[in-house]
Design a protein around this ligand. Structure first.
Ligand code: TYM
Length: 331
């Protein structure tokens, strides 16, 4: 049987990459009657220096954001990672299987640690915790954006290594990349890079809670190329194609129809059309989020219900893992 698991860090604001590459895909999948868990991974948000007050606020805001985007807590087990304490236990168990050499090779680690003089140990074992998230629920499908592929590959290896040493326990988790054009949304300032929350230039991204003016300005300033016509060519014309992908998603129109529609516009005029479409797509979602944020009790109730459901599965796997590891003596 399939079980779907994914996670998102409770960082202040989500951007269009998170939304198109992950959250919107989850919302589509939840209607297929599948077994699905989504975790707000607060422990992952502590791997770089953080502000406790801010994190507390962000956890509830992320809950409101996911619900506002259409995640239905009746269909999906939505929970806060740290409230299911078995995640950290499995992380330790897998850390005893993983090797330093393998973790040091991960590009994400190299990138994040490059600018640090003292590297927190948590940053180093971050992907092991992510593997624990996935395997704790014996998940088989993990819908993520392209930047997470290497982490899923590590998880597959740890699953295999654990099974080989201690007996068949975990399934093989597959990365699920839906809609290739959304799996790697690009930076508006440098289309050769992905849109990222850690890019120091806020003009490189569109955030879900941005004001209309802000969205318009950032899209107007989006870097394209020297050609003025609107054509879709994701290999050669990264910038314009990125805008067309965004436009296609928020209007639910095909890329072909959009290119036809923009036939006699230059890229400057076309950007206004894209900004308009993004702003109207975001409006009802922003309203819902604003409304939900006003009711923290409801958000806490949703999370609590998620914790209860997730804990049942987590405890079952944990018992099995303890038995396999020989830390469950009995007569
Ligand atoms: P996070 O919080 O950085 O991102 C959440 C999701 O957004 C996707 N994403 C993008 N998709 C397309 N284009 C982009 N420019 C873009 N930027 C981000 C990410 O791929 C991700 O799917 N380590 C994870 C969280 C995590 C997790 C897990 C995920 C922890 N445990 C277990 C899956 C399974 C992270 O930091 O995602």
């Amino acid at each position: 049987p399939r079980r779907i698991f994914s996670g998102i860090q409770p960082t202040g604001q989500i951007h269009l990459g998170n939304y198109l590459g992950a959250i919107a895909q989850w919302v589509k999948m939840q209607d297929n009657n599948e077994d699905m868990l989504i975790s707000i991974v607060d422990l992952h948000s502590m791997t770089l220096p953080h502000d406790p007050k801010q994190l507390e606020k962000n956890i509830l805001e992320m809950t409101a954001t996911l619900l506002g985007c259409g995640i239905d807590p009746e269909k999906v087990t939505l929970f806060q990672q740290s409230t299911v304490h078995q995640h950290t236990e499995l992380c330790w168990n897998l850390a005893c299987v993983a090797t330093m050499a393998r973790l040091a090779h991960l590009p994400c680690y190299k990138e994040k640690s490059a600018s640090l003089r003292d590297i927190p140990l948590g940053l180093f074992i971050y992907p092991v915790l992510q593997a624990a998230d996935i395997l704790l629920y014996k998940s088989t499908q993990v819908p993520v954006g392209e930047d997470q592929i290497q982490h899923i590959e590590l998880c597959q290896e740890l699953s295999r290594m654990f099974n080989n040493k201690f007996g068949q326990t975990f399934p093989h988790p597959h990365a699920l990349i839906t809609g290739a054009e959304y799996a790697r949304l690009r930076s508006l300032r440098d289309p050769s890079k992905k849109m990222s929350k850690s890019d120091p230039d806020p003009k490189s991204r569109i955030c879900l809670l941005d004001k209309p003016d802000n969205i318009l300005n950032n899209i107007k300033k989006a870097v394209t190329d020297f050609k003025s016509e609107v054509t879709y060519d994701p290999a050669e014309r990264l910038g314009v194609s990125n805008l067309i992908s965004i436009h296609s998603f928020v209007t639910n129109k095909s890329v072909e129809d959009i290119v036809l529609e923009a036939n006699n516009l230059n890229t400057g005029q076309y950007k206004l059309m894209v900004a308009d479409a993004v702003i109207s797509h975001f409006k009802p979602i922003q309203d819902k989020i604003a409304h939900l944020v006003e009711d923290p009790q409801y958000l806490l109730d949703v999370l609590k219900q998620g914790t209860e459901k997730a804990s049942v599965i987590a405890e079952k796997t944990t018992e099995e893992v303890r038995n396999k590891l020989g830390i469950n003596p009995s007569i």
